[in-house]
Write a protein that binds this ligand. Structure first.
Ligand code: 3EB
Length: 303
């Protein structure tokens, strides 16, 4: 699936490779008249395709999410793990209507509500601008129950944002942790970090100041994954920034690229080859930068 994430000034499309367990049983299919496709691989499933249309954002996003959730329930994939939502004209507000992003959140939330999915089952997610014509995205779900959705005590859960940010709050968790199975076999930590921005409580911090926004969001990430987060302390798990395999860095203004990169390399000591930059709009018009990422450390070698 091609998802254009770059403005014309640097029109390089981005290819993402997904690897699964090669020994597992595979099956593929599509739903909603081939609007959405899926690949089942053992206990996991990946959906990808169109999640909505700009002509009728709420209804079409509801329809897409409803169809995905219906298929997941039928096939026994009861755990939502991670979703990505790429939304063109994300900050645009059509006359007499709400912003495209808020309209999308409404359709998505109604689909979750309608299928009886409560806030503790919501997956890590990203909802971000894109240069596509339709709303697209992908979603990973699992038959296994050994995932924990994690919230950040520094931030209001997104599903509890007040109505000024939209009639229905965004449906996502701050991160999703794969719980290590016992059986004497250390699998290492696997963690999906949601798109994280300069938000404390429910409020945007430092509008107009990209440096301070980056500091605040990195402090959000550091706290979320640390043992100061009671949900992780309870699991006896914590993570560090250097554990991440990669980060995707979404930034609104092309002119901010140099400073964001410099601060991530120098102040936050992130290795340059772990960073993937995308120049796109972000879901609140006062947000200038947002990061997501994955941890997939292999853990100590087996003896
Ligand atoms: C935020 O914290 C920033 O709508 O799925 C981050 C991650 C954001 C996911 C989504 C939105 C979403 O509210 C925006």
């Amino acid at each position: 699936m091609g998802i254009s994430m770059q403005s014309d000034s640097c029109a390089v499309d981005f290819v993402e490779n997904w690897n699964g367990d090669s020994g597992a049983e595979t099956s593929i299919g599509s739903i909603l008249d081939e609007q959405l496709h899926y690949i089942e691989l053992g206990d996991e499933i990946l959906f990808f395709g169109q999640l909505g249309r700009l002509e009728d954002v709420e209804a079409s996003s509801f329809q897409a999410y409803n169809a995905i959730l219906d298929t997941l329930q039928q096939k026994g994939f009861h755990t939502l793990v991670r979703s990505w939502n790429f939304i063109p004209q994300i900050n645009h507000c059509p006359e007499g209507a709400i912003e495209i992003y808020q309209d999308f959140c409404k359709g998505r939330a109604l689909a979750f509500d309608g299928r009886g999915i409560d806030e503790f089952q919501l997956p890590a997610a990203t909802g971000i601008g894109a240069y596509t014509t339709a709303i697209t995205g992908y979603l990973v779900a699992s038959k296994r129950a050994d995932y924990l959705h994690v919230e950040n005590p520094l931030q209001s859960p997104a599903y509890k944002y007040p109505p000024k940010y939209g009639p229905k709050s965004p449906s996502f968790a701050r991160g999703t942790l794969h719980l290590e199975s016992g059986h004497g076999r250390a699998q290492g930590t696997r963690f999906f970090l949601s798109g994280t921005a300069s938000i404390r409580g429910a409020e945007t911090m430092w509008p107009g100041d990209v440096r301070r926004q980056l500091t605040t969001l990195m402090e959000n990430i550091r706290y979320l994954i640390s043992d100061e987060n009671p949900q992780l302390a309870q699991q006896g798990t914590s993570m560090n920034l250097e554990d991440f395999d990669h980060f995707k860095v979404y930034f609104r203004h092309a002119k901010d690229y140099d400073i964001i990169r410099k601060l991530l390399l120098e102040d936050w000591q992130i290795a340059a080859d772990k960073l993937h930059f995308m120049n796109v709009d972000i879901c609140r018009s006062d947000l200038l930068v947002e990061l997501e990422g994955c941890i997939n450390s292999s853990g100590p070698a087996e003896i």
